[in-house]
Design a protein around this ligand. Structure first.
Ligand code: KIV
Length: 296
């Protein structure tokens, strides 16, 4: 499957079809794990899409990773729309899911629909909301107007200060029963998938087995139907937070640091630019120019 996709991708005449909700549900039915990454801009989306990632999530983690906010709470709709435009432009195959930022879907279902449509208009294929049973009506309303919705339960960064904070969820029987009920409520409300963040792996496995929609885990173990990571964490660009569940696939912070330091030193010592990096004028014209500009 992967090889066939990569072969097709290199042929620019081949029409590449966007992953639909149906395609994502089919991956679960087939037992194929779903690869999800966050993305916030055009150039990295091009790469992730080419590598065959199934879903690109424009997470509200963009507020922290791209804008340096201390949490995901301050990021606004206008800022998220800019990130989404870039990701949508760089994506031919992956489904693009926009994280609705805090404050954009809580006031009313009408506000949620109005704001979600803004993300669809800039090229996103679906939206994600953080929350459980309290969001059932909002999810139903979004789905009824044709907007695919991804749920997000377990650790919910937008409201983590209200609850136990950044802690693993579902460690006790009571909390795990509540999580299972929330997942069922979201499925019945019509979500096409659910992100489970930092949930004890045993509960995550039970939820994944019991739902017909795919469960995408982050810090929730190997029993989920798919996995999501923040791109900058797995590439080793973002060093401020190093959660246990992140596997580093590159050390780009160090690579970028080395490259920028070498560039700086080359500029200072006039080693850059070299002959192959610049352009010349017509030699006769140059001679004329020299005559005209010679100091008298
Ligand atoms: O904002 C985000 O990046 C997310 C993922 C961590 C799931 O919600």
């Amino acid at each position: 499957m992967q090889q066939r996709y990569q072969k097709n991708y290199s042929n620019t005449n081949t029409r590449i079809r966007k992953n639909s909700v149906y395609d994502i549900l089919t991956l679960k039915k087939k037992g194929e794990k779903i690869a999800v990454l966050t993305a916030y801009d055009y150039s990295t989306s091009l790469i992730c899409d080419k590598a065959g990632v199934d879903i690109l999530l424009v997470g509200d983690s963009a507020g922290m990773v791209m804008l340096g906010y201390k949490s995901t709470m301050p990021v606004g709709i206008g800022e998220m729309l800019v990130f989404c435009k870039g990701v949508a432009a760089g994506t031919r195959r992956a489904m693009v899911v926009a994280d609705l930022p805090f404050g954009s879907y809580q006031p009313s279902t009408a506000a949620a629909i109005k704001n979600a449509i803004r993300f669809i208009k800039v090229g996103c294929d679906a939206v994600k909301l953080e929350g459980g049973v309290e969001l059932v009506d909002t999810i139903k309303a979004l789905v009824s107007v044709g907007i695919p919705v991804m749920g997000h339960i377990g650790l919910k960064p937008q409201t983590s200060s209200l609850w136990e904070g950044y802690k693993v969820q579902g460690k006790t029987k009571d909390s795990s029963v509540k999580l299972i009920a929330e997942a069922r409520a979201l499925e019945q409300a019509g979500v096409f998938s659910i992100v489970l963040e930092m949930v004890a792996s045993e509960v995550a496995r039970i939820i994944s087995k019991n739902l017909s929609v795919p469960v995408i885990g982050i810090g929730s173990g190997s029993g989920c139907d798919g996995q999501v990571l923040v791109l900058h964490d797995m590439l080793g660009i973002y060093e401020d937070i190093r959660p246990k569940f992140v596997k580093r696939y590159a050390d780009l912070s160090n690579s970028i640091f080395q490259a920028v330091s070498r560039y700086r030193s080359d500029v200072k010592s006039a080693k850059f630019p070299e002959e192959q990096n610049f352009f010349h004028m017509n030699s006769n014209d140059y001679k004329e120019l020299q005559k005209n500009t010679r100091k008298k």
